[in-house]
Design a protein around this ligand. Structure first.
Ligand code: MN
Length: 243
Protein backbone atom coordinates (compact mmCIF):
# COMPACT_ATOMS: atom_id res chain seq x y z
CA UNK A 1 0.00 0.00 0.00
CA UNK A 2 1.46 3.37 -0.95
CA UNK A 3 1.78 6.51 1.10
CA UNK A 4 -0.13 9.38 -0.53
CA UNK A 5 0.90 13.03 -0.79
CA UNK A 6 -1.35 15.89 -1.83
CA UNK A 7 -1.25 19.68 -1.50
CA UNK A 8 -2.75 22.87 -2.88
CA UNK A 9 -6.36 21.74 -2.99
CA UNK A 10 -7.41 25.32 -2.17
CA UNK A 11 -10.81 24.06 -1.01
CA UNK A 12 -13.39 26.78 -1.06
CA UNK A 13 -17.19 27.07 -1.08
CA UNK A 14 -16.90 28.60 -4.57
CA UNK A 15 -15.57 25.38 -6.11
CA UNK A 16 -17.75 22.64 -4.60
CA UNK A 17 -16.81 20.13 -7.30
CA UNK A 18 -13.23 20.05 -5.97
CA UNK A 19 -14.45 19.43 -2.43
CA UNK A 20 -16.58 16.57 -3.81
CA UNK A 21 -13.61 15.14 -5.69
CA UNK A 22 -11.60 15.28 -2.47
CA UNK A 23 -14.41 13.51 -0.61
CA UNK A 24 -14.40 10.70 -3.20
CA UNK A 25 -10.60 10.46 -3.01
CA UNK A 26 -10.81 10.04 0.77
CA UNK A 27 -13.42 7.28 0.41
CA UNK A 28 -11.68 5.41 -2.41
CA UNK A 29 -7.94 5.52 -2.85
CA UNK A 30 -7.00 7.01 0.51
CA UNK A 31 -8.74 4.18 2.39
CA UNK A 32 -6.20 1.74 0.99
CA UNK A 33 -3.15 3.89 1.77
CA UNK A 34 -0.51 3.47 4.47
CA UNK A 35 -0.86 7.17 5.31
CA UNK A 36 -2.02 10.48 3.83
CA UNK A 37 0.16 13.60 3.91
CA UNK A 38 -1.36 16.99 3.10
CA UNK A 39 1.47 19.46 2.46
CA UNK A 40 -0.36 22.74 2.82
CA UNK A 41 -3.01 24.89 1.17
CA UNK A 42 -5.72 22.35 1.86
CA UNK A 43 -7.96 25.43 2.10
CA UNK A 44 -8.03 28.53 -0.08
CA UNK A 45 -8.11 30.67 3.06
CA UNK A 46 -8.27 30.13 6.81
CA UNK A 47 -9.02 32.96 9.23
CA UNK A 48 -9.40 30.94 12.42
CA UNK A 49 -10.82 27.66 13.68
CA UNK A 50 -13.96 29.50 14.83
CA UNK A 51 -14.99 30.26 11.23
CA UNK A 52 -18.20 28.23 10.76
CA UNK A 53 -17.44 27.21 7.17
CA UNK A 54 -19.35 24.26 5.75
CA UNK A 55 -16.34 23.22 3.69
CA UNK A 56 -14.21 23.12 6.83
CA UNK A 57 -16.78 21.03 8.69
CA UNK A 58 -17.14 18.59 5.78
CA UNK A 59 -13.37 18.13 5.46
CA UNK A 60 -12.94 17.62 9.22
CA UNK A 61 -15.63 14.93 9.19
CA UNK A 62 -14.17 13.12 6.20
CA UNK A 63 -10.58 13.24 7.45
CA UNK A 64 -11.68 12.10 10.88
CA UNK A 65 -13.45 9.11 9.26
CA UNK A 66 -10.31 8.25 7.29
CA UNK A 67 -8.24 8.30 10.47
CA UNK A 68 -10.84 6.18 12.23
CA UNK A 69 -10.56 3.68 9.36
CA UNK A 70 -6.89 3.27 10.30
CA UNK A 71 -5.14 5.63 7.87
CA UNK A 72 -3.00 8.23 9.66
CA UNK A 73 -3.38 11.77 8.32
CA UNK A 74 -0.55 14.33 8.52
CA UNK A 75 -0.95 18.01 7.77
CA UNK A 76 1.58 20.77 7.14
CA UNK A 77 0.37 24.36 7.00
CA UNK A 78 0.63 26.25 3.71
CA UNK A 79 0.68 29.96 2.95
CA UNK A 80 -3.13 30.02 2.67
CA UNK A 81 -4.03 27.97 5.73
CA UNK A 82 -1.14 28.85 8.06
CA UNK A 83 -3.67 29.90 10.71
CA UNK A 84 -5.26 26.46 10.83
CA UNK A 85 -5.07 25.71 14.54
CA UNK A 86 -4.59 22.74 16.80
CA UNK A 87 -8.31 22.70 17.65
CA UNK A 88 -9.33 22.11 14.03
CA UNK A 89 -6.50 19.61 13.50
CA UNK A 90 -7.74 17.65 16.53
CA UNK A 91 -11.31 17.62 15.23
CA UNK A 92 -10.07 16.36 11.86
CA UNK A 93 -7.82 13.80 13.55
CA UNK A 94 -4.74 15.15 11.76
CA UNK A 95 -1.22 15.28 13.14
CA UNK A 96 0.32 18.67 12.38
CA UNK A 97 3.87 18.58 11.03
CA UNK A 98 6.33 21.47 11.21
CA UNK A 99 7.65 22.93 7.96
CA UNK A 100 10.17 21.53 7.12
CA UNK A 101 9.75 17.99 8.43
CA UNK A 102 11.83 14.88 7.89
CA UNK A 103 10.12 11.51 7.61
CA UNK A 104 11.34 8.03 6.72
CA UNK A 105 9.31 6.51 3.88
CA UNK A 106 9.92 2.79 3.61
CA UNK A 107 13.34 3.39 5.12
CA UNK A 108 14.23 6.35 2.93
CA UNK A 109 14.63 9.75 4.62
CA UNK A 110 12.56 12.39 2.87
CA UNK A 111 12.29 16.11 3.45
CA UNK A 112 8.77 17.56 3.35
CA UNK A 113 7.95 21.24 2.89
CA UNK A 114 5.03 23.33 1.70
CA UNK A 115 7.47 25.01 -0.69
CA UNK A 116 6.93 28.74 -0.25
CA UNK A 117 10.17 29.13 1.73
CA UNK A 118 12.05 27.86 -1.34
CA UNK A 119 10.79 30.80 -3.45
CA UNK A 120 13.39 33.21 -2.11
CA UNK A 121 13.40 35.24 -5.35
CA UNK A 122 10.07 36.76 -4.30
CA UNK A 123 11.37 39.20 -1.71
CA UNK A 124 8.03 40.97 -1.20
CA UNK A 125 6.31 37.67 -0.46
CA UNK A 126 9.03 36.57 1.97
CA UNK A 127 8.62 39.87 3.86
CA UNK A 128 4.85 39.36 4.07
CA UNK A 129 5.44 35.78 5.22
CA UNK A 130 7.80 36.86 8.00
CA UNK A 131 5.14 39.29 9.24
CA UNK A 132 2.19 36.89 9.29
CA UNK A 133 4.17 33.95 10.70
CA UNK A 134 5.18 36.03 13.73
CA UNK A 135 3.35 34.55 16.77
CA UNK A 136 2.62 38.05 18.16
CA UNK A 137 1.02 39.09 14.84
CA UNK A 138 -1.03 35.89 14.76
CA UNK A 139 -2.24 36.33 18.32
CA UNK A 140 -3.26 39.91 17.60
CA UNK A 141 -4.98 38.87 14.34
CA UNK A 142 -6.90 35.98 15.88
CA UNK A 143 -8.17 38.25 18.67
CA UNK A 144 -10.08 40.35 16.11
CA UNK A 145 -13.75 39.68 15.35
CA UNK A 146 -14.38 37.10 12.62
CA UNK A 147 -15.76 39.72 10.16
CA UNK A 148 -12.55 41.78 10.43
CA UNK A 149 -10.43 38.68 9.81
CA UNK A 150 -12.49 37.72 6.76
CA UNK A 151 -12.08 41.25 5.39
CA UNK A 152 -8.32 41.11 5.93
CA UNK A 153 -8.08 37.76 4.14
CA UNK A 154 -9.98 39.16 1.14
CA UNK A 155 -7.68 42.15 1.05
CA UNK A 156 -4.59 39.92 1.27
CA UNK A 157 -5.83 37.81 -1.64
CA UNK A 158 -6.45 40.91 -3.76
CA UNK A 159 -2.99 42.22 -2.91
CA UNK A 160 -1.46 38.85 -3.79
CA UNK A 161 -3.26 38.84 -7.16
CA UNK A 162 -2.05 42.37 -7.89
CA UNK A 163 1.50 41.37 -6.90
CA UNK A 164 1.37 38.38 -9.25
CA UNK A 165 -0.07 40.50 -12.09
CA UNK A 166 2.82 42.93 -11.55
CA UNK A 167 5.32 40.08 -11.86
CA UNK A 168 3.57 38.88 -15.02
CA UNK A 169 3.88 42.36 -16.55
CA UNK A 170 7.59 42.38 -15.81
CA UNK A 171 7.95 38.92 -17.35
CA UNK A 172 9.25 37.76 -13.97
CA UNK A 173 6.41 35.38 -13.06
CA UNK A 174 8.20 32.22 -14.19
CA UNK A 175 11.37 32.78 -12.22
CA UNK A 176 10.14 34.66 -9.17
CA UNK A 177 7.14 32.49 -8.27
CA UNK A 178 9.08 29.25 -8.73
CA UNK A 179 11.66 27.85 -6.35
CA UNK A 180 15.18 29.27 -6.38
CA UNK A 181 17.50 26.40 -7.40
CA UNK A 182 20.29 27.56 -5.05
CA UNK A 183 17.85 27.57 -2.12
CA UNK A 184 16.73 24.03 -2.99
CA UNK A 185 20.34 22.82 -3.13
CA UNK A 186 21.29 24.58 0.10
CA UNK A 187 18.22 23.23 1.93
CA UNK A 188 18.76 19.64 0.83
CA UNK A 189 22.47 19.84 1.68
CA UNK A 190 21.74 21.33 5.09
CA UNK A 191 19.52 18.36 5.96
CA UNK A 192 21.74 15.86 4.16
CA UNK A 193 18.64 14.37 2.54
CA UNK A 194 18.40 13.38 -1.10
CA UNK A 195 14.66 13.43 -1.60
CA UNK A 196 12.39 16.45 -1.19
CA UNK A 197 8.62 16.58 -1.64
CA UNK A 198 6.82 19.93 -1.73
CA UNK A 199 3.86 21.75 -3.25
CA UNK A 200 2.99 25.45 -3.51
CA UNK A 201 4.30 26.25 -7.00
CA UNK A 202 1.57 24.31 -8.86
CA UNK A 203 4.21 22.91 -11.20
CA UNK A 204 3.88 19.14 -10.73
CA UNK A 205 7.05 17.33 -11.77
CA UNK A 206 9.78 14.96 -10.65
CA UNK A 207 13.15 16.67 -10.97
CA UNK A 208 16.33 14.62 -10.87
CA UNK A 209 19.11 16.89 -9.63
CA UNK A 210 22.83 16.69 -9.23
CA UNK A 211 23.86 18.45 -6.04
CA UNK A 212 27.56 18.33 -5.12
CA UNK A 213 27.98 15.31 -7.39
CA UNK A 214 25.19 13.29 -5.76
CA UNK A 215 21.82 12.32 -7.19
CA UNK A 216 18.91 14.15 -5.54
CA UNK A 217 15.23 14.21 -6.31
CA UNK A 218 12.77 17.10 -5.95
CA UNK A 219 9.14 16.10 -6.33
CA UNK A 220 6.57 18.85 -6.82
CA UNK A 221 2.91 18.12 -6.11
CA UNK A 222 0.14 19.47 -8.33
CA UNK A 223 -2.79 21.69 -7.43
CA UNK A 224 -6.47 20.76 -7.47
CA UNK A 225 -7.86 23.61 -9.58
CA UNK A 226 -8.90 21.80 -12.78
CA UNK A 227 -8.28 18.24 -11.57
CA UNK A 228 -6.88 16.40 -8.60
CA UNK A 229 -3.24 15.43 -8.20
CA UNK A 230 -1.63 12.76 -6.07
CA UNK A 231 1.86 11.42 -5.44
CA UNK A 232 2.10 7.75 -4.51
CA UNK A 233 5.24 6.63 -2.71
CA UNK A 234 5.85 2.92 -2.24
CA UNK A 235 8.93 0.74 -1.67
CA UNK A 236 9.08 0.36 -5.47
CA UNK A 237 9.30 4.07 -6.24
CA UNK A 238 7.18 7.15 -6.81
CA UNK A 239 4.28 7.92 -9.12
CA UNK A 240 2.81 11.38 -9.70
CA UNK A 241 -0.61 11.40 -11.28
CA UNK A 242 -3.51 13.71 -12.12
CA UNK A 243 -6.92 12.58 -10.88
MN1 MN B 1 0.99 27.71 -1.32
Amino acid sequence: MPTLFISDLHLDAERPQVTELFGRFLHDEARKADALYILGDLFEAWVGDDDPSETGAFVARELQALGAAGVPVYFMRGNRDFLLGDAYARTAGMTVLPDPAVVALYGRPTLLMHGDTLCTGDVAYQQFRAQVRNPAWQQQFLSQPLAARVAFAQQARAASKAHQAGLQDKGAMETITDVTPETVAATMSRFGIQRLIHGHTHRPAIHDLDIDGHAHQRIVLGDWYDQGSVLRVSPDGVQLEAL
